[in-house]
Design a binder for this molecule. Structure first.
Ligand code: UDP
Ligand code: MG
Length: 329
């Protein structure tokens, strides 16, 4: 039997990206051509429609060429889950994950692939956003987030590295074995390990529409990162509780001595209010945080699949593949 060509799967999730559909399909075609010429690879495209409300998948079906499939999820599950749905369908020797909004250029994609092809000792090459466009405040916040979340574990989540990456098939298979329902991909990529390499890049600006990440979304997402990958907040709670108790004890001792030995009347109301409001506020905040962890435990313990597929549209010579929200069961 003739030796078969190595295969590359391109996984791209999309939500309401109809305006850039044809441009992205062109980008994919050009990338396929380049990869095929340079490395003799066969390319299969796996797009995931994450519950779009526009006619994006129709447009993609018309514009895509070669071997492709569009996995249409039953509703919007979020980008992190959509990436998993794509990975579940991939069987390639290498898998490239990229956005469908044209922010991830063909140029960088090709560089990532080249890097992985040329370095047999590396399993993953990820694009690292150099955050030239981010404000100072935002990048400081990001830095604080990473140093906090990385302060208590055996693996480090690299800063500013997203889903834009290429990996060997073994890594993709390993990732699909992690069935977290509340997914924080950056953490999962790091948790899985393997030998990873960074490639700095600046993302293109969005061709159309706006980012789906609002400020509130980002806060929720960071919380998800913490509750999935860090016990540090819980340790901070215990520590601050202990400190508050010690301070209370010291204050009580002071009052006791003042009354017993100097006969000073205790100024009651203001100090009482401060203690009540401070501790009450702290209590509520920390209770909320614990609630977050309980909520994660609850959602993970329900035996639901991570996502549900509505249907799969295939083009050209896409091989027959199983479709299921829980392929590992
Ligand atoms: N996306 C998705 N589901 C979502 C949100 C976004 O599939 O719930 C897709 C989106 O269409 C795009 C990619 O994920 O292809 C990145 O999203 P976005 O551009 O909003 O994020 P950013 O580039 O700002 O990180
Ligand atoms: Mg984007």
């Amino acid at each position: 039997m003739a030796e078969s060509r190595p295969t590359l799967d391109i996984v791209a999730p999309f939500l309401n990206e109809a305006p850039s559909a044809s441009a992205f399909a062109e980008l994919l075609a050009a990338l396929e051509e380049a990869v095929s010429q340079r490395f003799g690879m066969t390319v299969h495209k796996i797009l995931v429609d994450d519950g779009s409300r526009d006619d994006g998948s129709d447009r993609f079906s018309k514009a895509l060429s070669g071997s492709w499939e569009i996995v249409r999820l039953s509703r919007n599950f979020g980008k992190e889950v959509a990436v998993l749905a794509g990975l579940d369908q991939s069987r390639g020797d290498m898998v490239l994950i990229m956005d469908a909004d044209l922010q991830h250029s063909m140029d960088i994609s090709l560089k990532l692939i080249t890097e992985l092809v040329e370095h047999l000792d590396i399993d993953v090459v990820y694009a690292q956003n150099d955050r030239r466009e981010a404000s100072w405040r935002r990048s400081q916040l990001a830095r604080l987030f990473y140093s906090l979340i990385n302060s208590s574990q055996r693996f480090d989540i690299p800063e500013n590295a997203g889903d834009f990456r290429v990996m060997r098939g073994t890594v993709a298979r390993a990732l699909t074995s992690l069935r977290d329902k509340r997914r924080f991909n950056k953490g999962l990529f790091a948790w899985a390990g393997f030998r990873q390499k960074a490639l700095p890049y600046s993302p293109e600006s969005r061709a159309s529409g706006t980012s789906k990440w609002s400020r509130l979304n980002l806060i929720a997402f960071s919380l998800e990162g913490f509750t999935s990958f860090s016990v540090i907040p819980l340790r901070i709670i215990s520590l601050s509780g202990m400190l508050a108790a010690l301070a209370g004890l010291a204050y009580g001792a002071k009052v006791f001595f003042e009354v017993m030995f100097y006969g000073i009347a205790v100024p009651g109301y203001p100090s009482l209010m401060v203690a009540v409001v401070l501790l009450g506020g702290l209590n509520l905040t920390l209770l909320g945080l614990i609630g977050e962890y309980v909520w994660v435990t609850l959602s993970e313990s329900k035996d639901r699949p991570v996502y549900i597929v509505r249907d799969v549209v295939r083009g050209d010579v896409a091989p027959d593949k199983p479709v299921s929200g829980a392929p590992n069961t």
